[in-house]
Design a protein around this ligand. Sequence first.
Ligand code: AMP
Ligand code: MG
Length: 404
Amino acid sequence: MVSFEEARSIILDNVQVVGTEQIHLLEATGRVLAADVSAPWDLPLWDNSAMDGYAVRWEDCKTTPCRLRVTGFLPAGAKADGVTVEAGCAVRIMTGAPMPVGCDAVVPVEETDNGQQEVTLPEPVKKGQHIRRRAEDVTSGVTFVRSGTRIRPPEVNMLAGFGMALVPVFCRPTVAILSTGDELVELGQMPGVGEIINSNTLSLAAAVTECGCLPRIIGIARDNRESHFEKLREGLKADVLITSAGVSAGDCDLVRDILEELGAKQLFWKVGIKPGGPTAFAMFASTPVFSLPGNPVSTMITFEEFVRPALLRMQGHQRVLRPLFKAVMRDELKKKPGKVQIVRLRLEKEGSRWYATSAGNQQTAILKTMVDAQAIAVLPAENCGVAAGDEVDVHYYGNHIELE
Ligand code: AMP
Ligand code: MG
């Protein structure tokens, strides 16, 4: 048996990015940049007006109020080439329009009499005011986003601003999902006596998608060697294989043996964690294989704690573990020392502090508590239980916009 921490580091030491590809910027949100990107030109490319108003020569505006003759109009999109502003003159200019030659300040229209032929400036003018300078944002050649950056709308905006329709990103791994068990029927069929619906496949596919990867549903391996060989072989063609169930010590638990016969190298089996103890991890060449326990709560918790960080690392993400924060427990939590215990919680903020209550019955068989959970407490192995009022380390479970 390995500890929770050992299991995580074995996994993270063995997984790597699966490659890079060029994709269109429209598809790039949430993906991770696979190269540093530097500016192909200055941003902005020319001095331009930051306001709707008048481009003026500061020299002409030293007396207040001052009057200038309006000799032109420069809307956004206009070309300023050849527009020269003579002494005693001004040009009406709109936000974003290039600064005309000779001008070194912009006076916002609100600070003038809005004159068409002539304009009066009652206030003093500062040299350089309301001008966006060439390259004040980014200078040509400077790296403005680094490899490993997760692409969000601001990155999209800047990449688009530099004309980059295609961007290099790390590939999204394909993740094969295989359930095992004679008791399983597929979604859409009515379970008979002793049968249950293969809900883990759906849930794992959802979790894989949420992590940005591409689920490949392999179906169900029945509890016999032939079926396991066939389905595992198919699953091993993906970048990652996740199996559920058949990994404990029961008579029908064939997953680990058949994986080994197929050439996968088991790196651990059994982790000091509850729920999720029977989890196994193997490598088949460069393909990580996660064999998760079949109980739906265990499957989801081991996915969250072990598979998710691996899938994020494989896509080039810098941070792969959810940040832990402190919450004050409102309930008592019983625990024996020895194993890490995962507790499903609800969260509430009062003032600047987070408070946590149990999301319900913590037994592994209770799925509803998982549905109600907004956060997870990872109680360290040595922990002997938590009293009401104690602080625990928690992390979010799922995306909870209502908590942010
Ligand atoms: P096993 O590890 O094969 O003993 O399975 C453990 C428990 O998980 C059993 O009660 C199964 O019925 C349940 N289980 C196994 N596979 C699935 C699945 N694909 N979907 C939902 N429950 C499952
Ligand atoms: Mg089984």
